[in-house]
Design a binder for this molecule. Structure first.
Ligand SMILES: [Ca+2]
Ligand SMILES: [Ca+2]
Ligand SMILES: [Ca+2]
Ligand SMILES: [Ca+2]
Length: 600
């Protein structure tokens, strides 16, 4: 669109604020006080080239290392992340969520389709840091350095599955392993209804007692389980090597019964109904709290685990954290969902008793209304459904909100896809507006690393996992970054990037204004098309009014506020000095503009 947007954009963002100084008493901060920065350590900074091969020898199919291929290790590590804490703190982030750091199977996949465990979701050893990323001592150094700065560290944990070690004889050489249901392959028969009797007296996975599971002794009810000889003892702790602790029913279709009991493309799906598995997982992950004093867990694939597991897992983990002097340990589950249905996400807080879930509905709303042309009215629908979460609206402030991630792809990618004719300036402004909404709306803003440098990616998954350090991956280096002439062929830690500056400035406003972190939400204005979205965040009588124009036309509208609010001070953008009349203020915004107003 037009070049003068630049002026509005930068003018609106200028606050003269210093980077958000983390409070020294970081343990006292509530989950909703944080700004989270989500990073894949392999893709962030290489602090030690000596660990790039993970202590392995050979080519990429042995070591997992190939910085030219988007599906292999690139060399980033925990030392590199520790060295870049200044950059992350300078952005205004107060908590770092790392993709899983546990030791992974370095390479997986059928011949010709191999990739590596650089993302961390193929764990073999739950007790050790992956050697590509460093050592347990490196992790301690990272956590201690973050804490010394008043920053928190959240681990990404997985209880649903391990790496793909277990194989099924019936599937060998076929390249696929269809899910075999409980009805067709009940536990008390080997290999189907007419098979030999096994597991006599086992009352099924729904009866979660040690007595019942003591009768489940043969894992070959659906398939014939095979453990490759070289991998018999590869998993740590050792109990994970016993096939009886897995569902062993073949691959999930992500629907029906298989959603909870099927394997993710071969990843060994744990029998999370078994009390031994629950106790084992509490022991594993509780141990990381004891030893390192981490501040929270993001739970991978939470919806693919039975609710009873989480009901039994969360309370002892919270108790473990409290005993370690961590009163506000944050736990949030990944309940991946592309619908705009908070009610679906809320199930996992009510039934499973997860304290929070990643707010996929927020992401979807931002895609529809900012990387899309949905009516601003969708946000009334969105906020009104906060009552569905366990604890209602007061608990919804703990949901980590996000615009894009390592699986879904980056927000900027979707903006470009939705508006292929848009100028670079409009794309940048829409990405900015998404961040404005995330940093002012209820929930814990979660920034996906690289978004602040204008990374846009080519799509989801591997296409959204660019390197922050100088990349050697051609499909990354040909990308057109937003808001800069830089490419990923050079390192991108530029605090002058317009998105970095915007996030820093808004994060500073969040630190200064508790209403933006802890306040209730009152929707003020929404409409039947793109345009003005206005809402207030209110805490102890303090009101901050947020106004966002999702349209490419200027807007000028009267917005309701508290009757007591008379004077308005701009925290960002431009606000009228006074109310027009008691309870009404005139909001004027440029195309895709915004304002954050302190109302007194
Ligand atoms: Ca390295
Ligand atoms: Ca499962
Ligand atoms: Ca497997
Ligand atoms: Ca590309």
């Amino acid at each position: 669109m037009s070049g003068k947007w630049t002026t509005w954009m930068f003018g609106a963002a200028m606050l003269g604020a210093v980077p958000a100084a983390a409070q020294p008493d970081y343990r006292a901060r509530l989950a909703q006080d944080e700004v989270i920065y989500f990073v894949l350590p392999d893709r962030f900074e290489n602090g030690d080239p000596g660990n790039d091969l993970g202590g392995l020898q050979g080519g990429r199919l042995q070591t997992g290392f190939d910085p030219a291929h988007k599906g292999f290790f690139h060399g980033g590590d925990l030392k590199g992340l520790t060295r870049r804490l200044d950059y992350i703190q300078g952005l205004g982030a107060t908590a770092i969520w790392l993709s899983p750091i546990f030791k992974n199977k370095p390479v997986q996949g059928p011949p010709g389709q191999e990739s590596s465990g650089y993302h961390g979701y193929w764990v073999t050893d739950f007790m050790a840091v992956d050697p590509h990323l460093g050592t347990n001592a490196d992790f301690k150094a990272l956590v201690d350095a973050a804490h010394a700065r008043g920053m928190k560290v959240y681990m990404d944990i997985i209880a649903n599955h391990t790496a793909d070690v277990l194989q099924f004889a019936e599937c060998e050489g076929t390249g696929r392993c269809p899910y075999r249901s409980v009805a067709d392959f009940p536990y008390q028969r080997r290999g189907g209804l007419k098979g030999p009797r096994i597991n006599s007296g086992f009352a099924g996975h729904e009866v979660g007692t040690p007595e019942n599971f003591s009768r489940l002794t043969d894992p070959n009810f659906a398939y014939t389980v095979k453990v490759p000889a070289a991998e018999r003892a590869i998993k740590v702790p050792a109990w994970l090597n016993n096939p009886i602790y897995y569902h062993n029913r073949g691959d999930t279709t992500f629907r029906g019964e298989s959603s909870r009991m099927g394997d993710f493309v071969g990843l060994d799906d744990l029998m999370t109904e078994n009390p031994r598995v629950i106790a084992g997982m509490v022991q594993i992950f509780g141990g990381w709290i004891d030893r390192f004093g981490v501040d929270g867990f993001r739970i991978d694939t939470a919806k693919h685990v039975n609710p009873e597991f989480w009901q039994d897992f969360v309370p002892p983990i919270q108790a473990r954290a409290r005993a370690r002097g961590i009163p506000n340990f944050h736990i949030f589950g990944e309940v991946a969902d592309d619908d705009f249905q908070p009610g679906k996400l809320a199930q996992n807080t009510r039934r499973d008793k997860l304290p929070a879930v990643l707010d996929f509905a927020f992401k979807q709303g931002a895609l529809r209304s900012i990387a899309g042309e949905a009516a601003t009215e969708i946000w009334r629908d969105f906020f009104s459904q906060d009552v569905l979460y366990e604890g209602g609206e007061a608990a919804a402030v703990q949901l980590p909100t996000f615009l894009g991630n390592h699986d879904q792809g980056r927000f900027a990618f979707y903006v470009r896809k939705a508006f292929p004719q848009a100028s670079d300036q409009e794309v940048l402004q829409r990405v900015m507006l998404g961040h404005v909404l995330m940093l002012t709306a209820r929930g814990v803003p979660t920034i996906y690393y690289g978004d602040e440098q204008g990374f846009a990616g080519d799509g989801g998954d591997q296409d959204a996992r660019e390197d922050m350090f100088a990349s050697r991956t051609a499909v990354y280096n040909d990308n057109d970054l937003i808001g800069t002439r830089a490419t990923t062929a050079q390192s991108n830690f530029d605090p002058g990037h317009p998105l970095y500056r915007l996030i820093r400035e808004l994060a500073a406003v969040r630190v200064r204004e508790p209403a933006l972190r802890r306040g209730a939400t009152v929707l003020r204005t929404a409409g039947d098309e793109p345009g003005l979205l206005a809402f207030s965040r209110i805490l102890d009588g303090r009101e901050v009014l947020v106004a966002i124009n999702t349209s490419t036309r200027p807007v000028a509208q009267n917005v309701a506020t508290s009757v007591a609010a008379d004077r308005f001070t701009a925290l960002a953008g431009s606000c009228p000095a006074r109310a027009s009349a008691p309870g009404s203020v005139r909001i004027t915004l440029p195309p895709l503009g915004y304002a954050i107003c302190d109302a007194r």
